[in-house]
Design a protein around this ligand. Structure first.
Ligand code: G3H
Length: 478
């Protein structure tokens, strides 16, 4: 059955006056599964007007009132977990098990966000701690909402990475304009259906779907938007940063996370972590391990272990619980294949993989990758993992930091002092010691540097980024 996505504006589901829709095709069923509305700019204006009006009242409600709506939303997501997960699977080709965990993780995220906000308090300051100041001045410093938050989510976590913007925005007293990636918009719609059941005030959350060429820049430059939270590709993030003027911005972009394997690492454990880090959901994660920098003295052994692990990965349809699933579209698969071909043409050795059927790329391990090859630097967002052999920690740090990206890095070693010494010099938002690169647990700060983003996410950080401090000063007659 085809899913007919609708806009959600002022608490009502409606078709766009444009009369146009965008067809959504499943990346593995290879057939249309539904469509979403192509909104007009005028309808975007209306959605933002409704959001502005609703936000003013919402900001006046108590935290406990807001919390009760968010808890109901989390409950509704779980009550509809199977249905939502099935849409995620059909739309973005994620296994049902992973899609279900995405829904559970989202409900957990929403609840933790509420609890964090309930325990965030402002501060007060007396004037007399500054030279010449007086005890009669008391500053009350509180966090206040920013207004209307534009939340733009990517295809790979169409529910979780949407809710991880909506939940902190809402609990903090903001309204939201939610623009999902088009491939992912049906899943996003299901998430909003659950939110609708939670009885939030009309107009507080509005779902807009449409063509990037019509509404992309229009939304970002819109005077009614007070904050933008974006997850997606680095090129789009850069464009967005140029277009948005004087609007607070949080960007979570791409990565080229290195898995660094020292000569003293537990190689079996490192191999397991690297495989899980690199190949879950076919590597379509910003935090995937996207290159291995291994000491030459243990490289042969590690490569053999990785090959053994890769050959056990289930490849195929997400309906069979496969780890390696067809990529989101043919264009993405062509890009990954181009990176593999470039490396092979320049002398990289295919250890396993390099097989392709349409947009399904088998997990591919390439050894003896050098700095001249594109795969050493570019982000595949697919199942192609380069092995770069190194001879020292200094070389590891130099290659790790030569990347345009700086999301995360993993260091595998039994020498905790060395691990810290290397971690201190790696230019990344987070360094994992003896573990795979990943965003969670979701209350940890999640940060990208360089081409990987700006600002910070993670539950508390997201609430902070969607609020600002406001100071009220009491001048007492003491
Ligand atoms: O794709 C970007 C996500 O933030 C990665 O999240 O590490 O939980 O897969 P994850």
């Amino acid at each position: 059955m085809l899913l007919a996505g609708e806009l959600y504006i002022n608490g009502e589901w409606k078709k766009s006056k444009s009369g146009q829709t965008i067809e959504i095709t499943s990346p593995y069923l290879y057939e249309p599964i539904g469509n979403v509305q192509a909104i007009t700019q005028k309808e975007v204006d209306e959605a933002i007007d409704f959001a502005q009006a609703a936000q003013k009242e919402w900001a006046q409600t108590s935290l406990q009132q807001r919390a009760s709506h968010l808890y109901k939303w989390a409950d509704a997501l779980l009550a509809n977990q199977e249905k939502i997960a099935t849409v995620i699977m059909h739309e973005v080709g994620k296994s049902l098990k992973d899609a279900k965990s995405e829904v559970t993780r989202t409900a957990d995220f929403i609840r933790y966000t509420v609890e964090e906000a309930l325990h965030m308090h402002g501060e007060s300051m007396r004037g007399d701690s500054f030279p010449g100041g007086s005890k009669s001045k008391v500053a009350i410093v509180e966090r206040v909402p920013l207004g209307v938050v534009l939340a733009i989510s990517p295809f790979n976590y169409p529910v979780n990475l949407a809710a991880s913007k909506l939940a902190p925005a809402l609990i903090a007293g903001n309204a939201v304009i939610f623009k999902p990636a088009t491939q992912g918009a049906l899943s996003g719609t299901k998430m909003i259906e659950a939110l609708h059941q939670a009885g939030f005030p009309k107009g507080l959350v509005n779902l807009v779907t449409g063509k990037g060429s019509v509404i992309g820049d229009y939304l970002v430059e819109h005077k009614g938007i007070n904050m933008i939270s974006f997850t997606g590709g680095t090129d789009t993030g850069l464009h967005l940063a140029k277009k948005s003027a004087m609007v607070p911005l949080v960007l979570e972009l791409g990565g080229k996370d290195p898995g660094i394997v020292r000569q003293d690492a537990d190689l079996q454990e490192a191999a397991k972590q690297i495989i899980s880090g690199a190949f879950s959901y076919s590597g379509q994660r910003c935090t995937a391990i996207k290159r291995v920098l291994v000491h030459e003295s243990v490289a042969d052994e590690l490569v053999a272990l990785l090959k053994g692990e890769i050959e056990q990965l289930v490849v195929g349809s997400p309906e069979n619980g496969s780890t390696i699933v067809p990529l989101i579209d043919d264009k993405s698969a062509n890009f990954v294949q181009g990176l593999i071909d470039d490396a092979v043409n320049k002398g990289a050795v295919v250890v396993t993989g390099n097989q392709r059927k349409q947009n399904l790329i088998h997990p591919t391990l390439l050894d003896h990758v050098t700095e001249e090859m594109r795969l050493a630097w570019e982000e595949p967002f697919g199942p192609a993992l380069p092995i770069i052999r190194v001879s020292s920690d200094e070389q590891v740090i130099a290659i790790a930091n030569a990347s345009e990206f700086g999301l995360q890095a993993s260091i595998f070693t039994k020498d905790i002092d060395k691990a810290f010494a290397i971690a201190n010099q790696i230019e990344a938002g987070a360094v994992q010691i003896n573990g795979r690169t990943e965003r969670g647990p979701d209350h940890f700060p999640f940060i990208g540097t360089k081409g990987s983003g700006m600002g910070a996410q993670g539950i508390r950080k997201s609430i902070e980024s969607m609020t600002r401090e406001k100071v009220t000063v009491l001048n007492l007659a003491l």
